[in-house]
Design a protein around this ligand. Structure first.
Ligand SMILES: [Zn+2]
Ligand SMILES: [Zn+2]
Length: 545
């Protein structure tokens, strides 16, 4: 009985767990990696043979949890894909969009390669693999227990993160060792979604830690902040652009704009362009399964008030309609992508960034390397769709609309456990995961932060963690890398222990030399990796998720 952790360990994306018992193999999530080295990490072989997997369980539809399922199918997986019905419907929308974007990118790269006499590029997966994956969909209801293979039972509980999102309880073997996968957890006080389900017992809890080291603003503060940004923007009577993610965030925005209209802050005469065909589709799924949303939302629906249709809302489907928005001078525009690194928001930015009367409101995290991040960081000029554009509009950022719980929310959820489980802290940057693990220890729990490739032998009580980094496919210079990583961890723990302690001078010098040595080793690994990468041809396109 063992659990392998092959993604979202000391990082946020790429969730992937393998549960093995008595010859049965179950995956929990199979998501894409986003950010540094994403192409390489997404295309490398799985650390198991896909055709030997009996079933996959998905906590929710976000691509960092579900996005590599079509690839799994491409590589021979033929088991059932268990998730809630809305999760599966959202997955289909997101996967088709991914496949289409990857296909376009592969074609573009192939044309470029052809001119250089290089081989064609193929996408990670195509719509055909998406179609094939749909054949394996097996929807499950919330709160019922199902035996998915002999001696492995599961129950999906609401995680309060996005529509259909789940915490998954798993019971294994005759002795019923119990694991709880938190998936992504919502805040304790939710708006659209229901609050995360309370669970009291487990042997192991695999908990996310995206915001393990910080808290969000309160709901009231967030709403006041949004209201004052909208009020300020309206005074300039120009374009108000809101780049947005299309699952949950855009529905939340439509709802918040509705509330601002009811409060008289936003007039119903100002057009709101919903310029995202994918967002329109996901909103349909939200309406269809509104019975799974919060009582606040359901109350409105009972009174025949659509929470996602503020007055003046115009759904924009075709590219021609989207371009026509350029002719309108005063309007709110909601468009993907959320980090402005693709999608229709790009052409709106090109036409408005230069205008000092326009406003740009970021409502989510902007990752390093994205256009959104460059604007937030204060770039005076940015390249948009191949053109240099001056940034003169006013940019605002609002953080509190997050669908993730903050540190206090995570701890409140964790403190419901009464059976002293061991917490495996994942799905967070190393700093956030370590911080949450420390806080969990403070309230009396056992907690550890596993690395990618770790395997845990499961039993009632304390786990045995085995290091299996080598099991990951063909890691170049793995020895050197392993040593550097070990040293890094050792130094971090040492610094932790020594925090606030007076240390003798010679010891401090020793620590310093160790850090310098580590830096040198790190550089050496980086150079070697670069050389190796330039020697091996990368056959996969850069991702546009
Ligand atoms: Zn998520
Ligand atoms: Zn996630």
């Amino acid at each position: 009985m063992r659990l392998g952790i092959y993604g979202a360990a000391e990082e946020v994306t790429g969730s992937l767990y393998l549960l093995e018992h008595d010859g049965r193999r179950i995956l929990i999530d199979c998501g894409i990696f986003q950010g540094q080295d994403e192409d390489k990490k997404n295309s490398e072989p799985f650390p198991f043979d896909a055709s030997t997997i009996d079933a996959a369980l998905l906590t929710h539809a976000h691509l960092d949890h579900s996005g590599r399922i079509p690839l799994l199918v491409k590589r021979g997986f033929r088991g059932k894909i268990y998730a809630t019905t809305p999760t599966l419907e959202l997955c289909e929308i997101l996967w088709r969009d991914s496949a289409r974007l990857m296909q376009e990118e592969a074609e573009w790269k192939t044309r470029k390669n052809k001119r250089k006499g290089l081989p064609p590029v193929s996408p990670l997966f195509t719509e055909e693999e998406v179609d094939k994956a749909l054949e394996f969909f097996a929807p499950l209801s919330y709160d019922d227990i199902f035996e998915i293979v002999p001696e492995i039972k599961v129950r999906f509980r609401d995680a309060g993160h996005i529509l259909g999102s789940s915490i998954i309880e798993v019971w294994i073997g005759k002795e019923s060792v119990k694991l709880v996968f938190s998936g992504d957890l919502g805040q304790q006080i939710t708006v659209l979604d229901r609050s995360p389900a309370v669970i009291n017992d487990a042997d192991y809890v695999i908990i996310e830690s995206t915001y393990g080291d910080r808290n969000h603003k309160s709901l009231d503060d967030t709403r006041n902040e949004f209201a004052s940004i909208i009020e300020e923007s309206l005074r300039d009577r120009s374009k108000i652009l809101i780049p947005t993610f299309v699952v949950d965030r855009v529905q939340r925005l439509l709802y918040e704009l509705t509330l601002l209209q009811e409060k008289g802050i936003l007039s119903g005469d100002i057009p709101i362009y919903f310029d995202s065909p994918m967002g329109v589709k996901t909103t349909r799924v939200y309406r269809k399964y509104s019975s799974l949303l919060s009582s606040e939302v359901q109350d409105r629906i009972l009174r025949n008030l659509d929470p996602f249709s503020p007055r003046g809302l115009k759904e924009v489907i075709t590219p021609q309609e989207s371009k026509k928005i350029n002719d309108v001078s005063f309007a709110i525009v909601l468009a993907g992508s959320g980090m402005a690194n693709g999608g229709r928001i790009v052409h709106h930015l090109k036409h408005n960034l230069w205008n000092p009367r326009s406003h740009l409101i970021f409502v989510g995290y902007q990752a390093e390397g994205t256009l959104g991040r460059r604007i937030i960081d204060g770039a005076r000029f940015v390249k948009v769709a191949g053109e240099e554009v001056a940034v003169k509009c006013k940019a605002h950022t609002i953080g509190g609309f997050s669908a993730h719980g903050g540190q206090d929310d995570l701890l409140a959820w964790a403190s419901n456990f009464k059976t002293n489980p061991v917490f495996l802290v994942t799905h967070g940057e190393r700093k956030a995961s370590n911080f949450l693990a420390r806080e969990l220890k403070k309230i009396g729990f056992e907690a550890l932060v596993p690395q990618r490739g770790y395997e845990v032998l499961l039993a009632h009580g304390r786990p045995t963690v085995e290091r299996k980094i080598e099991a990951l496919a063909e890691r170049p210079f793995k020895d050197l890398q392993g040593i550097v990583k070990d040293m890094d961890i050792l130094l971090a723990s040492l610094s932790d222990v020594l925090e606030g302690v007076e240390v003798a001078e010679d010891m401090e010098a020793l620590l310093l030399s160790a850090k310098v040595l580590l830096e040198v080793a790190n550089q050496r690994v980086a150079t070697k990796m670069e050389v190796a990468q330039s020697e091996t041809k990368d056959n996969y396109p850069s991702s546009t998720f």
